[in-house]
Write a protein that binds this ligand. Structure first.
Ligand code: ATP
Length: 591
């Protein structure tokens, strides 16, 4: 048995880790010590072993590697190596040398924290961060003093580039786009173009030559772009920011075909075009999405009206079978996170006997946290740090947690609301099974949504079914009578019926919760209508039974107020869309 285990461990290690050392890749010995002492890294991961020499060589780089494979250190370590090597030593007054662009505030903080650890013995290299929600004047003061490696979210960076005259970036050599595709999906495309223009990295290389304060005038600028998923949006960013890049993790054969095609074509071939074609091909193929091989992926088929009961039952089962563990549940809206958070924090197990009624217990006895974009900045920070350090906790979140966040030891990811795009599926499940660790993922699908599995299959993602009825049966020993007949449906299961009743009774007596349930119902339906492209054929709003949707928010029925406000929103949406079409037409006529 032990033998089998050690074989599996070895396999896991060879899939994730490289057989070389950090020093053999050319990193400075002090930096190698820091990697070991501060971060506990004995040797590089595969992606680090491939990427570090490329960054050290000065080439532009595009990395497509699975979630949780160590991409952050793959770019931070070689940049620190370069900076500590500059003689005379760089100073704060030299301004910013490297810029790391990330899509979310949480990722910004996470990268900054790793940076601080790695720079412990390089005190003359100053780390810093700027991001939405932080105090602008404090950030201005930090930029004025000088930050050597700056981690930033795009909007706030652009703000400082335009308005903070003391922000010195004439020595800028590196721009790193971490989670490049997400930066673009969040609508930062225009910001990024402006940022590249201001920094002079978009085609114009004369800016750096002109400046007399340059610390490293002879070296070229170097840009790096990384993500576990590439899509066509990244093509454009890659075209405008990368010059003859080395590619890691892209389909070799496809690349070769493109290279050959280019060579046959003309002298001075267009490397950007080649890159674009390659990424374009990949975005349609199964190889695009790299998932950790040890991740156990399942789906659970649940009728709409029983969704809430099943979610709570699964969570109860998971926490009871392993008290100390971390689970993340993804929802489609901030309202849904708030509602489920409040419900879970209030809901007590319905007493089964007289004696039990005296000792009331919380239904889920775990620490519950929430994270979404409408929370205030400080609360977001606290949740992020707490979930990182807790040994056992449940995090309810929107997609704000889906990208890049490295919460240690997350055992299971539950996608209660479908992510839509397969890309987001990959990133959500990527919060578990990191760096060869075990992990489970479970996605909720209604019977009418089951075709989503085909969409995932097209991207190489295969799921098996979770035995739901077996789970529900396991709760029957909690005092409920065994059914005499074989159960026909989930909805009629005694456990489901009794729990639904208890939930509805709680909601009917708690007006705050009821209001949250109504808001959450409305925004959930709105989010459902917002699925794009082909997914609209799978997540069809007209196939939804709104009464059943109401049940999934523990509302006994679909109250008229809900109807009215939803109808209002739908009407407004239609009006807005009409307005858009009209103004587009007008613009076309004018031009
Ligand atoms: N060489 C290493 N040895 C041991 N642990 C490592 C090593 N490199 C990274 N790690 C750890 O692996 C985990 C994942 O790293 P990281 O967050 O950089 O992954 P990623 O590839 O950027 O993931 P994502 O795509 O989700 O952003 C982190 O906990 C990190 O500390």
């Amino acid at each position: 048995m032990n033998n089998v285990k050690s074989k599996a461990d070895k396999k896991k290690n060879s899939e994730v880790f490289a057989s070389c050392s950090f020093s053999s890749l050319g990193l400075h010995p002090t930096l190698c010590d820091q990697l070991k002492e501060r971060l506990g890294f004995e040797g590089p991961t595969q992606v680090q072993a491939e990427a570090i020499p490329v960054v050290l060589s000065g080439r532009h780089l595009l990395v497509n590697a699975a979630t949780g494979t160590g991409k952050t250190v793959a770019y931070l370590a070689p940049i620190i190596h370069h900076l500590q090597n500059i003689n005379p030593r760089i100073q704060r007054s030299d301004g910013t040398f490297a810029l790391v662009l990330v899509p979310t505030r949480e990722l910004c903080m996470q990268v900054y924290e790793i940076l601080v650890k790695l720079l412990h013995r390089f005190h003359w290299i100053v780390p810093g961060y700027i991001m939405g929600g932080e105090n602008r004047s404090k950030e201005k003061a930090r930029l004025r003093k000088g930050v050597s490696i700056l981690v930033a979210t795009p909007g706030r960076l652009l703000d400082h580039l335009k308005n903070t005259s003391s922000f010195l970036h004439t020595n800028l050599r590196w721009i790193i786009f971490d989670e490049a595709d997400r930066i673009l999906e969040l609508g930062f495309g225009k910001d990024i173009e402006q940022i590249l223009n201001i920094l002079g990295t978009k085609q114009d290389k004369s800016v750096s030559k002109e400046n007399a304060t340059l610390k490293i005038p002879e070296v070229q600028k170097q840009n790096l772009l990384l993500s576990a998923t590439l899509n066509e949006k990244v093509n454009h960013l890659a075209k405008i920011s990368l010059e003859n890049p080395v590619m890691i993790g892209l389909d070799e054969k496809k690349m070769q075909q493109n290279v050959n095609h280019d060579h046959a074509g003309s002298v001075g071939s267009d490397v950007f075009g080649r890159l674009g074609e390659s990424a374009k091909g990949l975005s349609a193929s199964a190889e695009e999405y790299k998932l950790p091989s040890q991740l156990v992926q399942r789906y659970i088929k649940v009728p709409c009206g029983s969704r809430l009961v099943v979610l709570l039952s699964i969570l109860k089962h998971l926490f009871e079978s392993e008290a100390s563990q971390k689970i993340v549940v993804f929802f489609s809206t901030c309202d849904a996170v708030d509602f489920h958070y409040s419900l879970i924090s209030k809901f007590q197990r319905p007493p089964i006997s007289q004696s039990e009624a005296e000792v009331r217990k919380m239904f889920l006895g775990c620490k519950t946290l929430r994270l979404h974009g409408n929370m205030n900045h400080e609360d977001r920070k606290t949740t992020f740090q707490t979930f990182k350090t807790e040994k056992s906790a449940l995090l309810l979140s929107t997609d704000v947690s889906a990208r890049g966040l490295d919460f240690p030891k997350v055992r299971c990811i539950i996608q209660y609301d479908s992510p839509g795009e397969a890309t987001e599926f990959v990133h959500r499940v990527g919060r578990t099974a990191r760096l060869g660790e075990k992990g489970d993922s479970l996605i909720f699908l209604q019977p009418v949504e089951i075709d989503y599995l085909k969409d995932l299959e097209n991207h190489g993602v295969m799921l098996t079914e979770y035995p739901l009825l077996k789970l529900l049966d396991s709760f029957l020993s909690h005092g409920l009578k065994r059914p005499i007949k074989k159960l026909l449906s989930v909805e009629m299961h005694p456990w489901v019926l009794s729990l639904q009743k208890a939930l509805e009774s709680l909601i009917s007596t708690e007006s705050t919760l009821r209001n949250l349930a109504k808001d959450s119902f409305c925004s959930w339906v709105r989010a459902y209508t917002a699925h794009r492209g082909e997914l609209k054929q799978i997540f069809m709003v007209k196939k939804l039974h709104l009464g059943h949707v109401a049940k999934s928010f523990a509302l006994k029925e679909q109250p008229s107020v809900v109807n009215k406000s939803l109808q209002k929103q739908m009407k407004k949406r239609k009006r807005d869309e009409k307005h858009k079409v009209h103004s587009k037409k007008r613009r076309v006529v004018k031009s």
